[in-house]
Design a binder for this molecule. Structure first.
Ligand code: LUB
Length: 220
């Protein structure tokens, strides 16, 4: 039996058949445009991460993907729009990561630790994360609305540590919000030092040195 939605629709309720009727995926042209946009964004991230916002031009991005400036402007009207898109892609990664980790059924405390462990790997390996973090540091020089940094992570860790406190995983009297702020500050400072000194090659070890005493201090 064909697996096509239309064919499957014949054996299903009228409602389901209607749902499939007329539903089309992206056209090849839309697919190509999406792939091109992704290539441009990655090239911009590579240049932003390496050289920063001010020393990256749309011309640099166009040359990196062997396209015209006009082709880049078709997808991103300004260099600021490229920066906003990189930062937005950075922040979109964390809810997806959280869902992956929550699917593992870890305790709230272990979920908090694993989120930060995986963030360390992302800082080491993912150019969107590396570029987004640098752009956030350069936000005073970017004439665009960028999300407020650190607050979402602090809120997430506060929620997880509050749940850990409720479940008796951390010592009575632990302040979830204060501990969350300490974890974000410790992580972000750690990744910056690792980047400056070792281009983040040693970030996993450096994160372990920050993480273990902090988590030991609050764990029961
Ligand atoms: C997170 C970045 C990169 C912090 O929260 C943020 O603003 C973040 C950019 O500023 O990762 C990860 C603890």
């Amino acid at each position: 039996m064909s697996n096509s939605p239309a064919a499957q629709g014949e054996g299903r309720s009228a409602f389901t058949a209607k749902r499939f009727a007329g539903r089309r995926g992206p056209t090849p042209k839309q697919d190509r445009a999406a792939r091109t946009k992704s290539l441009v964004l990655t090239a911009a991230a590579e240049l932003f991460a390496a050289n920063g916002f001010r020393h990256t031009s749309v011309k640099d991005v166009a040359e990196r993907v062997e396209m015209t400036k006009g082709a880049v402007y078709f997808h991103f009207p300004t260099k600021e729009a490229l920066a906003v898109a990189v930062v937005e892609h950075l922040y979109a990664k964390w809810p997806t990561l959280l869902e992956e980790i929550q699917a593992e059924g870890l305790t709230p405390l272990d979920t908090a630790a694993e989120m930060l462990n995986r963030a360390a790997l992302a800082f080491r390996d993912d150019v969107i994360v590396q570029a987004g973090a640098r752009l956030q540091l350069e936000r005073p020089h970017i004439d665009a609305e960028l999300p407020l940094p650190y607050v979402d992570w602090t809120e997430l860790l506060t929620e997880l540590l509050s749940a850990a406190l409720d479940e008796g995983q951390v010592k009575a009297g632990t302040d979830p919000a204060a501990t969350a702020r300490a974890l974000v500050a410790g992580f972000f400072g750690m990744q910056h030092i690792s980047d400056v000194l070792e281009r983040r090659a040693d970030i996993v070890e450096r994160w372990r040195e920050v993480r273990d005493p902090l988590f030991a201090a609050i764990s029961r």
